[in-house]
Write a protein that binds this ligand. Structure first.
Ligand SMILES: C[S@@+](CC[C@H](N)C(=O)[O-])C[C@H]1O[C@@H](n2cnc3c(N)ncnc32)[C@H](O)[C@@H]1O
Length: 450
């Protein structure tokens, strides 16, 4: 039977201009009010602000609208420091006073814990704070091309897959905050058009640029990259999708866990730890918060000389190495063999012979692995955003009394916490770590005990 289009007889409010009082922020930092008994989401607004807005979308359960005028301003509204803030999707909270960011993040955690039936009277500890700006040492920068084939170099626009052309990014550390204009004019000058997918930028000891090359580079373009690298003292690597190879002379990449972290020197003469890594390896993006986070994890684990510690999702040994300086032994488990090899190398370079690293997919069945049958007194876990539910179901059987859980995703943290609580653990301490300042993202640490 043929389907005939029937125009709806219901009046659609799209385009209508209305007045709304914002009463809260949603988990993405977007203002929410109420209109005709439904939630209405209006970006760039704050609680207690009265706004005039135009309805952009009317769904069965909610509306979306865009601001026309802020009738009164929140006492916490500040002028965004970045002139790209309105369009760039990288930051979410620049219009909110920095002092209020932690309250927003804490409330988001409380909401998620409440949804998972966890008592929200939580033992909050002082947050680890970050510099509000210039804290991020690593970023993936998108490259797209307009109809004329000209490059657009930047981050995604808010609520869109299109990129915003950036001039600078003020959350990036100083040495890399201006790379966008240099990259844009370089990519424009390349002979191969549309040859780059994205560029990763890292600043540790040097500026390293990893170019995701979609088609092989020709000699002419290699020379252009080499010249710009020499001019700005960049290390340039080419990622062809299978392997990453240096295009310019490079020195090994590493970052330091600094002396200030108060790591005792039981097992090694040096109190600075170098963590060597490859261009594509995971590293914590905020160097300062990482150092503070390690100190806190060591304190919360209350490490003793004869402790035997398990470090799950250990990556390059970011936590395992400093822990090993204080205890009898550490076993680190990581999914990627290349990271296991690098972590082992890092332990050797720090002359730590009380750590072993093993490869395992922690979310599949690992109960039969030999390392899972050893005795551990304490465990630290630091999973990716997907959380650690599959790992925790098995970890519970190891009956370890102290667990420090470091999380970069509050939704999976809440679900995983509920699992631990229903298996006899209690939350002894919880703290936010502002690893991703100006954004909605939250890093959290919880100490569970039983
Ligand atoms: C958030 S990173 C933390 C790494 C490290 N703890 C650090 O501080 O740098 C999460 C790590 O878990 C690893 N990972 C992700 N899924 C995994 C899985 N299913 N099994 C084991 N490791 C996994 C990733 O490769 C990554 O190294």
């Amino acid at each position: 039977m043929a389907n005939f289009f029937k125009p709806s007889t219901k009046k659609q409010p799209t385009g209508q201009v209305i007045s709304v009082l914002i009463d809260r922020l949603d988990h993405n930092g977007i203002g929410v009010g109420e209109y005709k008994n439904k939630s209405i989401f209006i970006a760039n607004t704050l609680p207690k602000e009265k706004v005039t807005a135009k309805i952009a979308e009317a769904k069965s359960k909610f509306y979306k609208a865009s601001v026309i005028e802020l009738v009164n301003l929140s006492e916490f509204r500040v002028k965004p420091r970045c002139h790209h803030f309105k369009t760039c999707g990288g930051c979410d909270l620049q219009h909110l006073s920095f002092q209020e960011h932690l309250a927003f993040k804490q409330q988001k955690l409380i909401d998620l814990f409440s949804r998972n039936n966890i008592n929200t009277n939580l033992p909050w500890q002082e947050s680890i704070t970050s510099d509000a700006l210039h804290y991020r040492r690593k970023a993936r920068v998108g490259v797209q091309y307009n109809k004329l084939g000209e490059p657009i170099v930047g981050f995604r626009q808010k609520a869109s897959n299109n990129l915003v052309q950036l001039k600078e990014c003020i959350v990036l550390v100083e040495p890399i905050k201006h790379v966008f204009t240099i990259l844009t004019s370089l990519i424009k000058s390349l002979s191969l058009v549309k040859s780059i997918g994205h560029v990763e930028i890292i600043y540790t000891q040097h500026v390293s640029i990893i170019v995701r090359q979609l088609i092989p580079l020709n000699e002419q373009d290699k020379t252009l990259w080499k010249n710009i690298a020499e001019q700005h003292q960049w290390q340039v690597y080419i990622d062809n999708g299978k392997e990453v190879t240096p295009l310019t002379p490079v020195t090994p990449l590493f970052y330091q866990i600094s002396e200030q972290s108060g790591i005792s020197t039981k097992h090694a003469a040096e109190s600075v730890i170098n963590i060597y890594f490859e261009p594509k390896d995971f590293i914590q993006v905020n160097h300062h918060v990482n150092n503070q986070m390690i100190i806190q994890a060591l304190n919360w684990l209350d490490l003793k000389e004869d402790d035997q510690v398990l470090d799950l999702f250990c990556g390059l040994g970011n936590f395992s190495l400093p822990i090993a300086k204080k205890v009898r032994s550490v076993v680190g488990i990581e999914g990627l063999q290349a990271m296991v090899d690098k972590a082992t190398y890092n332990a050797q370079m720090s002359k730590l012979n009380n750590i072993e690293f093993f490869q395992a997919d922690l979310n599949s069945n690992w109960g039969k692995e030999a390392w899972a049958h050893r005795k551990y007194s304490k465990v630290l876990l630091d999973p990716a955003r997907a959380g650690a539910y599959g790992a925790l179901v098995q970890l519970i059987d190891l009956d370890i009394s102290n667990i420090v859980y470091v999380s970069c995703d509050p939704a999976t943290l809440a679900k995983d916490s509920q699992l631990l609580i229903s298996n006899g653990y209690t939350i002894e301490k919880i703290a936010i770590m502002d690893m991703f300042a100006q954004t909605k993202h939250i890093e959290t640490m919880i100490l569970f005990k039983k």
